[in-house]
Each structure stands twice: as structure tokens, then as C-alpha cells.
Design a protein around this ligand. Structure first.
Ligand code: HEC
Length: 155
């Protein structure tokens, strides 16, 4: 029994080390293959309710206040043809921004910091886990079964 407790304590210690505290970046391997992967789609669906005021993710749309997010993973920013984007978002697409796990993880933390001048008036999701879970949900809703593309940052 005692050794079991010790084991549990050890495991807790290890997982604390691995949970991205960044104390020993050279010595630990990250808990997630990518910082944005391994989210929980069920939890992500709840988080998507915040987005659903302005976005749909059903196949083919429709657009609402924001552009539809069907096919968003792997899509160049600002490129839904029947949606009036801000010039800021179109410029990011022209500079090579492609939405994917990594770029959404970065954008959704603070949309206005990532795309200055965006008309997406959403403060962002501060918690890494919320963004991970949301990305898992977006992959599921878009029926992506294999690897989720990471996307490309703007150059
Ligand atoms: C208050 C409305 C609103 C909310 C809430 C909102 N968005 Fe947006 N979103 C927008 C608008 C408007 C745009 C267009 C931005 C632009 O053109 O600058 C946008 C753009 C985007 C884009 C870029 C799409 C493209 O085609 O380039 C993504 C991705 C996105 N939103 C994801 C999300 C996610 C995920 C959430 C929830 C965490 C969310 N948004 C919450 C209004 C919203």
C-alpha cells in the first residue's frame, strides 16, 4: 500500500514536470506531441458555444457574423469568397497565414494580438487546454480522421 502511494506521488511529480512548466525545457519531453494536440473534443464542443454566436462549423456554412469554419483546418486566412473580411485578415492570408492546429492555438489566445485590426471582437481563450480542446472539436466537426494540419504562420 505504501509503495502504491509512493508510486502515485512519483507519477504526480512526473506529470507536473511534463505539464509544460518550462522549468527544464532541455530535459523534459513535452506532454503533447505538439502543444496544441491531444485535446478533448467533447469538452471542445462546449467551448465552441462561445464561437457559435458568430460561427457555424457545419459543412458549407452558412456565414454569420463571422465566416463559417467548415474546412477551416488547412484553409488560408480570409479566403471564404462570399464573406466580407477586414483588410487585416485578408492581408494575413496574402502573407501566407493558413489555419491549422498551431496557428489557431496561437490566434485564439488573443485574436487581436495575432491579427491586429481584425474585426473578430472576441477576447480570446486564455487557457491552453480550452484551445486544445476546441481544436480537437473543430477537427472532429470537420471529419478529420488523420493528422490535423499545423497550419502556416504569416511571413
Ligand atoms: C462576436 C463574434 C465572434 C466570436 C464570438 C468569435 N468570432 Fe471568429 N470571427 C468573427 C469575425 C467577425 C471574423 C472575421 C474577422 C476579420 O475579417 O477580421 C472571425 C474570424 C475567425 C477566423 C478566421 C476565419 C477565416 O476564414 O480566415 C477564425 C479561425 C475564427 N474566427 C475562429 C473563432 C473561434 C474558434 C471562436 C471561438 C473560440 C470565435 N472565432 C469566436 C467573429 C467572432
Amino acid at each position: 500500500m505504501k509503495s502504491l502511494l509512493k508510486m502515485t506521488a512519483l507519477l504526480c511529480f512526473i506529470s507536473a514536470l511534463f505539464s509544460g512548466s518550462g522549468l527544464m525545457p532541455g530535459l523534459t519531453t513535452p506532454a503533447h506531441a505538439d502543444e496544441w494536440s491531444d485535446g478533448d473534443a467533447v469538452k471542445g464542443e462546449k467551448i465552441f458555444k462561445k464561437c457559435a454566436a458568430c460561427h457555424t462549423v457545419t459543412e458549407g456554412g452558412p456565414n454569420m457574423i463571422g465566416p463559417h469554419l467548415s474546412g477551416v483546418l488547412g484553409r488560408k486566412a480570409g479566403t471564404i469568397s462570399d464573406y466580407q473580411y477586414s483588410s487585416a485578415m485578408r492581408a494575413k492570408g496574402a502573407a501566407g497565414l493558413v489555419w491549422g492546429g498551431q496557428t489557431l492555438f496561437d490566434y485564439l489566445k488573443s485574436p487581436r494580438a495575432y491579427v491586429p485590426g481584425t474585426m473578430m471582437s472576441f477576447a480570446g481563450l486564455a487557457k491552453d487546454d480550452d484551445r486544445r480542446n476546441l481544436i480537437a472539436y473543430l477537427a472532429q466537426a470537420n471529419k478529420i480522421t488523420g493528422a490535423v494540419p499545423a497550419g502556416e504562420p504569416a511571413k
